[in-house]
Design a protein. Structure first.
Length: 420
């Protein structure tokens, strides 16, 4: 069953969020809507009847005849030719990913950074301009700040509101780049408003959304007008912390251009083994996300009331600046939060908390079955200049938490013990 027919699916996949229902119910209904796709989309049975699709480890594929080879090369016949151009295990994963994003097509890549750099370099050439947010994953920020200028592509960094994007646009703007929620501040950007803005641009810039923090469980940027959505699949999509990968999804035309650039041209291809691991992780994606998002909201609420914590960043909290927007734009508030420790010497105290946690693991990355905690200023965001970090609101004492699948009460007790 590679493509799932509509009549087999009863859930609401339209991207319409019902703000009148409670958070638990919202999570449950989203999980119900996605669960069947997670299990069945892109799952052709193996030729021997095996239920799990085979891992096709072959760098080249035999032609049936000289004429078949020539037709395949002329694009007149679909055929597996060479592992960098396409592989059945990777293609099956791409079908599942496209279904989850409700996209025409998806292209799996070797990492999240391959997806980001590939999407940007597909859209831009020397002389072009990008508008991007100040608060985002530090390596993406480095791409825009340090690497792209070497190829004549300039970026203006803005706060994540639509007016700032509008003010920064020029006739050469090719991309309005969005990361929502942002790493590590959990800032929420209005994708529908940015997409409406793009339609007014002189050259109709593309709206590209990094949805890694949300995953396709929590939001569907394409449904509200984004041109491309991309993710690091290393995170919640694969979900087990055992693989590196990325994905770009959108219209068949745009995704095929991205594929041509990032896969054929730059060689950022996902290995069949990694594709198989991601597909295996995705079968439990809906129930994993339901649980991790519920735990994150519970931990955020608990920490927000904790005397040793000065500020908690999670869109579930009513005092979060993106709360109202997230309620409209997101099915779930995501499995990540960050918080700042109260009092003097926040950095030293933060370090003590990190080293005192016994269930939560002190490690980079996110979206794992394990809860992971990190100190962004000295690790993930240390390549960001201190002034840029300050402008992005990243305090030196900030800790970022990616909730895993442990019991929420156990996690809360772990943080209480460490903070105490
Ligand atoms: N986007 C975001 C928001 C991230 O947090 C990360 C990595 O942490 C990436 C992209 C890059 O992903 P990868 O490490 O798979 O290249």
């Amino acid at each position: 069953m590679t493509a799932l027919r509509g009549e087999l699916l009863s859930g609401n996949l339209s991207g319409v969020i019902d703000p009148s229902i409670g958070y638990g119910e919202q999570l449950r209904s989203r999980a119900d809507a996605l669960a069947t796709l997670c299990v069945h989309a892109g799952e052709p049975p193996g030729e021997d009847g095996s239920l799990d699709p085979p891992i096709v480890m072959s760098s080249a594929f035999a032609f049936e005849s000289a004429e078949h080879a020539a037709r395949a090369f002329r694009g007149e016949e679909e055929a597996w030719i060479y592992g960098r151009w396409g592989n059945p295990t990777v293609a099956a994963l791409e079908t599942k990913l496209a279904a989850l994003e409700q996209a025409e097509a998806a292209c799996a890549t070797a990492s999240g950074m391959a997806a980001i750099s590939g999407a940007v370099l597909t859209a831009c050439e020397a002389g072009d301009h990008v508008v991007a947010p100040r608060s985002m994953y530090a390596e993406s920020a480095r791409l825009f700040r340090e690497r792209l200028p070497r190829f004549g592509i300039q970026t203006t960094f803005v706060d994540g509101d639509v007016n700032a994007y509008a003010a920064a646009m020029t006739p050469r703007t090719r991309i309005l780049y969005v990361e929502t929620p942002s790493n590590p501040m959990l800032g929420v950007v209005d994708v529908a408003a940015i997409a409406a803005l793009a339609r007014t641009g002189a050259n109709r810039p593309l709206v590209i959304v990094d949805g890694t923090f949300a995953t396709p469980f929590a939001q569907t940027p394409l449904a509200v007008g984004a041109d491309l959505v991309l993710h690091s699949m290393t995170k919640g999509i694969s979900g087990h912390g055992d693989v590196i990968g990325g994905v770009v999804a959108g219209s068949a035309e745009l995704v095929s251009r991205v594929r041509d650039t990032v896969i054929k041209g730059f060689g950022g291809v996902l290995s069949p083994l990694s594709a198989w691991l991601v597909a295996r992780g995705l079968r439990t994606f809906a129930i994993r996300q339901e649980r991790a998002c519920a735990s994150a909201a519970a931990l955020a609420a608990h920490l927000a009331a904790h005397p040793r914590v000065v500020r908690v960043h999670h869109p579930s909290l009513s005092n979060h600046p993106g709360h109202a927007l997230a309620r409209r734009q997101m099915f779930a508030y995501g499995a990540l939060l960050s918080f700042e420790i109260a009092g003097e010497n926040a950095v030293v105290r933060g370090r003590t908390v990190l080293e005192s946690l016994r269930l939560a693991t002190h490690a980079v990355s996110l979206g794992d079955v394990r809860t992971l905690v990190v100190h962004p200023a000295s690790t993930t965001h240390s390549t960001m200049p201190a002034e840029t970090r300050r402008l992005a609101g990243i305090q030196d004492g900030l800790l970022r938490v990616s909730c895993g699948l442990e019991g929420a009460a156990d996690l809360i007790a772990d943080f209480d013990r460490a903070l105490g």
